[in-house]
Design a protein around this ligand. Structure first.
Ligand code: TNX
Length: 593
């Protein structure tokens, strides 16, 4: 590792000058980890076109190991995660991309942007030029067509994909639908399509039609950038992973006791002081307005909405180190780099607290194009009863005044209803009368049950990072639940969707993020997208297995769960005994290695 100045072009986000950047600088290292995959028996790797950015030690190991041991099978039309609503294979209708493939697209800027993104995805591995051409009535004509057209049955995010001997056509009523269709197209190509360098192979798609649309409108993942800070480039890579599985929201947990990560121009010390720390001895850091804008824009290009969280009234030690006048006793607390929760809070009885909250939320709202502002509300153990509900009601009111929809952890439930408010359920026993009551009063729910969707839980007792307070979560545990019936006395109609949170007390690098996300994130994504009728563990694990070679091709670290039949020759050792590239163990309390 080498220290990276905060002004390095690859690190536009701010880091405190004194803190040597370690884990988060991994994206800047030159590397020799170009993935050499054997995509099919006939494929040959071509000389790498460019040096690729490193994804860290873990990713290197994962790519090397999985790339050599996972032999992808030919892709069938139904081999898509999340499972599409309808799949109609036509075995005689396979189509092979010619080297002169053109992407024809309806003359609409948002559709064109989807076509450009598709070309960006397909160019590295194919090495084809893939020009994008607008046409009033795009036809595949021996290539690819993206057609924007009225199709009420497909809704806001659905698409239709047809592979015929004359090409591939994706049609949708919205650019979001076209985008999801391109993610399906990507999965229908051989796994080597994920290679970052050209691969010589036959780019054949299985023939037939897919008609698809999501079960729930909200499908998200959360990244905690407060306990450990992740730079812009790392967040962008996480966005790529979310987009693959048709998620449409990225929730950023931007503030906590250990660090404040978003610049607020009217309260500069929040970041210069509050942003300088993280768990253990890890470097701090924060996003400038331009950094945050880059994240929001990159997400929007992939049809993801950013949901910023400013956690209040608890989880505020970092804010209090910067603005101690908000602390209940007015004294400056020591910076906190441990992993306890529930001790800090802004004073709900102090008028300046609400000025502070207004200043912060106003700026964050102004920079956030999406409709949601997340105000946390969890584990404020020292703000009880009406002090807590009164605080929440005032903050909900501030959010509404900014034209945003309030989201908060389900501890918000006892507070009065506020038009449109959304509670994020993270319980583990599926019953909570206060939440059910809030739903009766009009709240909608995002489901993140701790014992299924918490991606900071360990996979198994020997998983070297992560927690186990909500249990161990391997892939089946992540997959085997139903958002429509998860919380007692909450009707399916009140469920907005699902979200997989990744808390990062023990997660210190991009490779560790990927290791915890994959392969569980696709399980949660499938619960949010696919019709319940497709829910079937045996079928899911077989489809998920096909994603392994794709991650390997792309150099993405993942956990080789023994529950999944990762492809490989019969002589390979069983997955459980394959040495899995795992993060080194850490002290669960300090987060230190
Ligand atoms: C609980 S879940 C928290 C977080 C921790 C997490 C660790 C929730 C709303 N609060 O502060 O990081 O557990 O699993």
């Amino acid at each position: 590792m080498h220290p990276t100045p905060a002004t390095s072009p690859q690190q536009p986000e701010h880091r405190p000058a004194a803190a040597p950047a370690t884990s988060a600088t991994s994206g800047t290292e030159p590397t020799a980890n170009v993935v050499e995959v054997e995509p099919t028996a006939t494929a040959q790797a071509v000389v790498p076109a460019a040096v690729q950015p490193a994804a860290g030690e873990l990713a290197r190991l994962a790519a090397q190991e999985a790339g050599t041991q996972l032999t992808p099978a030919p892709t069938r039309l139904g081999d898509v995660v999340p499972a599409p609503e309808q799949v109609r294979p036509e075995p005689a209708a396979d189509f092979t991309l010619p080297a002169d493939t053109t992407i024809r697209v309806s003359p609409d800027p948002t559709a064109r942007a989807v076509a450009e993104r598709l070309a960006d995805l397909l160019r590295p591995a194919t090495g084809y030029p893939l020009p994008v051409v607008e046409a009033d009535h795009p036809e595949p004509a021996g290539g690819l067509a993206l057609v924007l057209a009225e199709q009420p049955a497909l809704g806001l995010e659905g698409y239709q994909l047809d592979v015929t001997p004359t090409g591939v056509r994706i049609s949708a009523a919205t650019a979001a639908g076209l985008h999801h269709g391109t993610q399906t197209l990507r999965q229908l190509l051989p796994a080597a399509i994920e290679s970052t360098t050209p691969v010589r192979t036959t780019w054949t798609l299985p023939g037939g039609s897919i008609t698809d649309r999501p079960r729930f409108p909200y499908r998200g993942a959360m990244l905690d950038v407060a306990r450990h800070f992740f730079g812009v480039d790392e967040v962008l890579r996480v966005i790529d992973h979310l987009a693959r599985y048709k998620l449409n929201h990225l929730h950023l947990h931007l503030t906590d006791d250990q660090g404040w990560r978003i610049a607020v121009e009217s309260r500069p010390r929040l970041t210069t002081i509050g942003g300088s720390t993280a768990v253990g001895d890890a470097p701090g850091g924060w996003y400038t307005p331009a950094d945050y804008q880059r994240i929001v824009a990159y997400a929007a290009d992939r049809h993801l909405t950013v949901v910023p969280e400013i956690d209040l009234p608890g989880h505020t030690n970092a804010a209090l180190t910067a603005y101690p006048e908000l602390a209940p006793d007015g004294t400056t607390p020591a910076p906190y780099t441990g992993t306890d929760v529930g001790f800090s809070y802004v004073d709900p009885a102090n008028a300046r607290t609400y000025e502070f909250v207004t200043d912060v939320l106003e700026e964050v709202a102004a920079r956030t194009p999406g409709p949601f502002l997340h105000i946390g509300g969890d584990e404020a153990f020292k703000v009880k009863g009406t002090a807590y509900t009164g605080f929440v009601e005032r903050v909900q009111h501030i959010v509404a005044g900014l034209g945003k929809t309030v989201v908060g952890w389900h501890q918000l439930a006892p507070a009065a209803h506020n038009e449109g408010r959304v509670l994020q359920w993270w319980g583990t026993d599926g019953a909570d009368p206060a939440t059910a009551d809030a739903v009766r009063r009009g709240a909608r729910l995002i489901l993140s049950p701790g014992n299924h969707a918490y991606l900071d839980m360990k996979y198994a007792p020997d998983t070297p990072i992560g927690h186990d307070w909500a249990g161990l979560i391997d892939v089946r545990q992540a997959y085997d639940w139903d958002p429509a019936t998860q919380v007692a006395d909450v009707p399916a109609a009140a469920v907005l969707g699902v979200e997989a949170p990744l808390w990062t007390e023990s997660v210190t690098s991009l490779a560790e993020v990927e290791f915890m996300l994959l392969p569980r994130l696709p399980a949660i994504a499938e619960l949010g997208w696919s019709p319940r009728a497709t829910h079937d563990w045996a079928a899911f694990r077989a489809r998920l297995a096909g994603q392994g070679p794709r991650w390997a091709s792309a150099g993405i670290a993942f956990h080789r769960s023994p529950e999944i039949p990762w492809p490989g020759s019969p002589t390979d050792p069983p997955a459980a005994s394959v040495p899995t590239p795992v993060p080194r163990p850490r002290d669960p309390h300090t987060g230190r290695g």
